[in-house]
Design a protein around this ligand. Structure first.
Ligand SMILES: [Zn+2]
Ligand SMILES: [Zn+2]
Length: 260
């Protein structure tokens, strides 16, 4: 079966603190280059049938405004860290615009966090005006959202299991520092891949730039975009110029088209 063509927009490409970081005067944080301004990491995927977003960052509201997203059919979550769920409350705008609950695709770990941190949206007798949600439970098996078949890719974020996702020839992985062989096999054959690369120095739970480059070379991915970037990685244009062929730093607003 042919995969539908999809269009991807980077809504945010920054690590949990965003770039610039509050109170920082480093070269990256004071840069006037728009590509050095990074909201927290998220993407929008548009297919012929569906408009979906991966994760609701603390910047979710502004990301939806900035990308002029007037319709949103579903949200798929990678993991429950705050920089990936904090913006959930603002789905209320779509409840209102579309007059329906928002579909959320979550694994058990993320569901537990959402139930705790957005308890009021799960209450028995909800107050009017709280987020209306419809949960879909996912684990490691493929699932569908309209015309999109989504293959979860389990990855490790130090000791936390995180889900990456493959949509046909496109794979999105954020917040990883290790992939098991079985997950590498699920990524292989992707034509375009997004993978996190925090900075150049070693980190407990994120791939460094060198580690991310080594991974995508091992997997032989022809076109790669690095995301979840720290101010410590360096200026966008300088780092971009150092990258091997076929590899790029993602930046906010960047769009990709994956033909079906
Ligand atoms: Zn993160
Ligand atoms: Zn800085």
């Amino acid at each position: 079966m042919k995969y539908p063509p999809i269009q991807i927009t980077f809504l945010g490409t920054g690590t949990s603190s965003g770039v610039p970081m509050i109170g920082c005067d480093c070269d990256v944080c004071i840069s006037t280059n728009k590509k050095d301004k990074r909201l927290r990491s998220s993407i929008k995927i548009v297919s012929p049938e569906k408009i979906i977003v991966i994760d609701t960052t603390p910047d979710f509201r502004y990301q939806m405004l900035r990308s002029d997203t007037r319709r949103l059919d579903a949200i798929i979550f990678t993991h429950p860290h705050k920089d990936h769920i904090a913006g959930l409350d603002d789905i209320r705008a779509y409840n209102y615009l579309m007059d329906q609950p928002m579909e959320l695709y979550v694994n058990a770990l993320t569901e537990e966090a959402l139930r705790r941190e957005f308890y009021y949206a799960f209450a028995e007798n909800k107050l009017p005006g709280v987020p209306e949600i419809k949960l879909f439970h996912i684990e490691n098996q493929p699932f569908t959202v309209g015309d999109l078949i989504v293959q979860p890719i389990p990855v490790w974020h130090h000791k936390m299991p995180v889900l990456g996702f493959r949509f046909g020839d496109f794979t999105y992985i954020t917040d990883a520092n290790r992939l098991e062989e079985v997950s590498k096999d699920k990524v292989k054959g992707s034509k375009i891949m997004v993978i996190n690369a925090l900075r150049k120095e070693k980190h407990l739970s994120h791939f460094t730039l060198a580690e991310a480059i080594a991974l995508v070379q091992e997997l032989e991915i022809p076109e790669v975009y690095f995301t979840h970037i720290s101010h410590q990685l360096g200026l966008h244009d300088q780092v971009e110029a150092e990258l091997p062929k076929g590899m790029h730093l993602a930046y906010d607003g960047k769009e990709l088209v994956v033909s079906g």
